[in-house]
Design a protein around this ligand. Structure first.
Ligand SMILES: C[S@@+](CC[C@H](N)C(=O)[O-])C[C@H]1O[C@@H](n2cnc3c(N)ncnc32)[C@H](O)[C@@H]1O
Length: 303
């Protein structure tokens, strides 16, 4: 079995451990004085790994749609080569150009949320949390998970649970949500988790509300449209020979990336795949960082 070193010993439990960090930067193959966009800065783990491989003239544009995460991680990163910007995937090209960069040598997209966001009690991402059902990555965006759970029709809730959660019991859960909210608003994460548990009896280690929470998070943050727009934006700002590396965590995301890449390679002839099969974490990384288990890394080069 192949093994390799795990994350830094200095990491605390609340820090985000970057997934496939070395593999991602190897695939990106950075040039020393290049300009790179980390479009999912998060806790800054991938940016840190990238900075190790850049020279003094290299630049990393660190972007995140979560202003709090961005400010917190920026405060812990004292490096003049990093430029910070608040923004989402759909604004990627405009944000980069507004900073004065026409093109970049590489783009990193590490999808989903960070451990820091997940563990932040008040953000409402975790089914163990007594916090309000929020789930917005960008707290300036208008719709929260509570708005969906308490305001949408049974049909629309069932649709997102099926489409975004691939939840087999979507209809029953939606029906139970509507039944319970007639007795009083479903305000917190634990309340919603309890509603799902009325439909599903708990079996094994996976919480029965996992798919429901995934679906709500995707809907609240419009994650799939954001991803499609992000991929097009990334390619539009890449130099010829520049590279885009994407890490996905579930099949819906991975399908979008795979289709985008295949169409660009075979139909438009604008990209070439760097790896035909996705790179996945080694056993050691999966053991040390269970949230890396479903990660898939794909890289492309602009022609
Ligand atoms: C998995 S974390 C990234 C962790 C980071 N690579 C690290 O090593 O610390 C994903 C981050 O991307 C951000 N994000 C997710 N979707 C985004 C979008 N559409 N636009 C910008 N940032 C996004 C989230 O707010 C989160 O901070």
């Amino acid at each position: 079995m192949r093994t390799r070193e795990g994350p830094d010993d200095s990491m605390t439990a609340t820090e985000h451990i970057p997934v496939l960090a070395r593999e991602l930067v190897d695939l990106l193959n950075p040039v020393a004085d290049g300009v790179y966009l980390d479009a999912t800065f998060g806790g800054g783990g991938h940016t840190r790994e990238l900075l190790r491989r850049l020279g003094p003239k290299g630049v990393v544009i660190a972007m995140d749609r979560d202003r709090e995460s961005l400010e917190r991680a920026a405060a812990g990163m004292d490096d003049p080569r990093v430029v910070y910007v608040h923004g989402s995937f759909s604004e990627m090209a405009a944000k980069v150009r507004a900073l004065g960069f026409e093109e970049v040598d590489g783009v990193v997209m590490d999808l989903g949320i960070s451990m820091v966001q997940m563990k932040d009690e008040v953000r409402g991402f975790s089914f163990h949390s007594t916090a309000p059902l929020d789930m917005r990555m960008d707290r300036e965006s208008p719709v929260t998970a509570a708005d969906i759970v308490n305001g949408w029709s049974e049909r629309d809730i069932a649709r997102i649970l099926k489409e975004y959660g691939e939840e087999k019991k979507a209809l029953q859960i939606a029906r139970e949500i509507v039944r319970q909210r007639q007795k009083g608003r479903i305000e917190t994460c634990v309340q919603l988790a309890a509603v799902v548990e009325r439909v599903y009896r708990r079996r094994g280690r996976i919480h029965p509300a996992t798919k429901t929470f995934q679906a709500l998070r995707i809907a609240v943050n419009d994650e799939l449209d954001q991803l499609s727009e992000g991929l097009s934006n990334a390619v539009s700002i890449l130099k010829k020979g520049g590279r885009l590396c994407v890490i996905t965590y579930h099949s819906l995301e991975d399908r979008i990336v795979k289709r985008f890449v295949l169409s660009a390679e075979r139909q438009e002839g604008t990209l070439i795949r760097l790896n035909k099969k996705p790179i996945t974490p080694l056993w050691d990384e999966q053991r040390m960082n269970p949230s890396s288990r479903s990660a898939k890394l794909r890289g492309v080069e602009k022609l």
